[in-house]
Design a protein around this ligand. Sequence first.
Ligand code: GLV
Length: 316
Amino acid sequence: MRLAVWDPDEPFRRWRDALMQHAKEIGLAIDVIDAPSDPDAQAEFALVWRPDPDWLAGQLGLRAVFNLGAGVDAIAPALHRLHPGVPLIRLEDAGMGRQMADYVAEGVLHAYRRMTDYAAQQAKARWEPLPLPPRASFTVGFLGLGQMGAAAARRVAAMDFPILACSRSGQSRFAAELGCAIYALDRLDEFLAQTRVLVVLLPLTADTRGLLDYAALSRLPQGAHLINASRGAVINQADLLDLLHGGHLASALLDVFATEPLPAADALWSHPRVRVTPHVAAQTLVGPSAAQVMRKIAAIERGEKPGGVVDMRLGY
Ligand code: GLV
């Protein structure tokens, strides 16, 4: 069988070596090809990150497409249009959960320990201890409780902060495990009103695009903090800046943006209460991802449905 790889961010050789090694371990005979350098070769399986739509359109024998990340917004609509019956399968954790937990934990502690206030004081050589909020009142709200949300929420709960969640359906197998209250998206306002640090880990879909606008973000209590590590377009960035300027929001830690790279002229770069990272919160790790993809291909070969198949109606 043939597996095509399309990943502009990683040398093909790394994928090929890791995929071949795992294929050998589980006894799969597989030919791995570099799709950009051999675009006419037809493959049964594809591993892709932001593939060229023309290449995708020309692949007529696909049995499944694996997305090299947790978020599928960049590929799901095109694949569904071009090859309606072909399943799209996302990475499930594959080493990204721990990275996400690190990123969010740093953001929560930075907010709780008032590091943005201290940075402002340092800029003025001002020595002034500030009171800490009571920990039990410093509720961290997870908007989105999938694999990434759950990994981050587990870590934050282990740091003894109260946690709360909100998701499209108001149901997540992780809510019971975490023992936290979970709201459906139609009760977003109630969820936001109780949240001191909002952690956005929602997929980008037709329902979540622009969800966090001025009105929604204003429901957060005065002085709340925002962390976004899923997709930039879930938030209206102009509204976010207004709320930071007005002081309603105390800080934002942003890893993702509506346009990436974030344009040099964007006011978010220089806002003193904003920290920007270049979409690195949870990066795809070649080794664990290759192992997971090979296990899933083996499952498909046995006639089973692997985990992580995207529901095209929901878009994630
Ligand atoms: C990265 O953004 C991913 O979706 O995995």
